[in-house]
Design a protein around this ligand. Structure first.
Ligand SMILES: NC(=O)c1ccc[n+]([C@@H]2O[C@H](COP(=O)([O-])OP(=O)(O)OC[C@H]3O[C@@H](n4cnc5c(N)ncnc54)[C@H](O)[C@@H]3O)[C@@H](O)[C@H]2O)c1
Length: 263
């Protein structure tokens, strides 16, 4: 058996939302390394361009696309334009996300709405649009979070969104399975990225590496493997779920969190 063939994505068209940073960037690069052509989609057009350039420098095929995943018209345009340009869509990674840390008793309705729009409704928009153009054998991967397994202070809106996205993942898996489309999730634990770096940033926008490292060590100490995951670890799980190696897997969530939570 040729193991590399199992993970090879040559000729497969892929979209990664939030591809300009962190876990999305790592996923875009890993998928491109496996041979996929990757549309790096992000609200931040500059970061999408930068990751596209990185992939091309490594000999991969990529293009940048500015998208706001909270806007269904923007998501539809992303998926439709990609499908027209490349004759279809094989892999969609609904990865873009934000966190607004605020206790539920204090969060404004606008903030709550924003977190749900970017982290939850985006998954609905992405999966719906993809289902219209995907062929049998296609795969959707939604980025959830370890937050689906236990509550923490200040992350209630994020948890509601990610738990909802888990429900969408499982239901889409049931509904799209007969079309040969698989839908799975990854649930990363603490990972060095734009989102977690907010935790080491004070009110004036100054990043405190020591504060960030202290928090990361705390997270590592609480995990059975005594480590925190890197963006590349999540990207490798995305590669598995995108590839033929996982052809019989749907409706599942892979927890990439050093064992910090299990379900
Ligand atoms: N870093 C962690 O510890 C961690 C843990 C669990 C889950 N996650 C999830 O991983 C995913 C990726 O986040 P990350 O940690 O790499 O953070 P990140 O901030 O490095 O990357 C998020 C990317 O999403 C983009 N984005 C934000 N809003 C968008 C919008 N409306 N439309 C399009 N793009 C948008 C940002 O510009 C950014 O490039 C998110 O869904 C996040 O919730 C992260």
């Amino acid at each position: 058996m040729d193991l590399t063939e199992l993970f090879r994505l040559t000729g497969r068209t892929t979209i990664v939302t939030g591809g300009g940073s962190g876990i999305g960037r790592a996923s875009a690069r890993v998928l491109a390394s496996a041979g996929a052509r990757v549309v790096v989609a992000d609200l931040d057009a500059d970061s999408a361009e930068q990751v596209t350039a990185e992939i091309k420098e490594e000999g991969g095929e990529a293009r940048a696309h500015r998208v706001d995943v909270a806007d269904p018209a923007s998501v539809n345009a992303l998926v439709e334009e990609t499908a027209v340009a490349y004759g279809g869509l094989d892999i969609l990674v609904n990865n873009a996300g934000i966190m607004i840390r605020r206790p539920l008793a204090e969060i404004s309705y606008e903030e709550f709405d924003r977190v749900l729009s970017v982290n939850l409704k985006s998954v609905l928009y992405g999966c719906q649009a993809a289902a219209r153009v995907m062929r049998p054998g296609s795969s959707i991967v939604n980025t959830l979070s370890t937050i689906i397994d236990f509550p923490t202070v200040g992350t209630g809106s994020y948890a509601a969104a990610k738990k909802g996205a888990e429900a969408l993942t499982r239901t889409f898996a049931v509904e799209l399975g007969p079309q040969g489309i698989r839908v799975n999730g990854i649930a990363p634990g603490w990972t060095d990225s734009g989102i977690t770096r907010q935790r080491g940033t004070d009110g004036s926008g100054r990043f405190d590496q020591q504060q960030f490292d202290t928090l990361a060590h705390k997270m590592a100490a609480a995990a059975p493997l005594r480590m925190t995951a890197e963006a590349a670890d999540s990207a490798n799980a995305v590669l598995y779920l995108a590839s033929a190696a996982s052809r019989a897997v749907t409706g599942q969530v892979i927890r990439v969190n050093a064992g910090a939570s299990m379900a």
